[in-house]
Design a protein around this ligand. Sequence first.
Ligand SMILES: [Zn+2]
Length: 288
Amino acid sequence: MGLDCRFAHSIGDNACQAVSPLFDKKARDLTHNEAAAILNYLRAMASCRSTIPPRVPASAMARCASPPNSTESSSGMPPATTTPPRMVPPAPPGSPPTSSTPSPAFAVVLYRFAGYLRSRWGATKIVWGGVGGGSGKNAVDCHSTGHCIDFYGATTSRGGIFDVRRDWYSRPVFLTDGKTHVSVGGGLDKDRWGNDHRTSYRLLVNKDAEEKLPDDPDYYNPRARDFFLDVYQFISDECNVGPNDIAPGALKSGATIKAGFTIHPDYPTKLRTSHNDHMHFQLGATLK
Ligand SMILES: [Zn+2]
């Protein structure tokens, strides 16, 4: 489908036509130059919009085309605001980054991720870390070179606040007999899967008789199950998918999770302990 180039006169119809097919390409399939072309186009469109004086006829406004993302959602929800979500660093842990330096292709991922969450959930704020700076554990990794992200949660107009720690990690892991899984550890390192390497998406099973009110200390967002499934769908559509990354439909059906690129509180190895407050996802190699 690409871009609608009917109104792109300000930057040139040819420029729009040239970049249009790239908007249909998965981020993981973009070359460096293709990703840079998308960013240059978006930059040109943004500067075009910012140079239009406030009171001009609508016909003049049409000279600058709309951003490429449709604001209509597939769920039939009303169009979202065109203001992109604010990207903010997480509260502790970690120090706030002073700058973000994503690779061109990963910048396209971030742009699409913001548009996706805005369109699907009315996101106004995204809490993230680790783009252009890592923990320092590895001399070079996808964090330091800007092609992965740690996603902590978001504030949305359609579902309220979603927090990986509160709404996913802190939820019980139920067994098929209705009992909770044996845990190991305590505090914020408590592992509700114990030493189990056979895990599934825990939010599919909710045995609580009643939902908590937002001011209850044990409150959790009852829509988290669908929100994080949506995030997983986006990752599957745009980012790394290897043989160990199960499909979104499999995750949703309760299939056993494998140790793929995307790491989260239900990851089947002990890496889940250090990912109990965020989802990690990436493009390309981990240690590069
Ligand atoms: Zn990470």
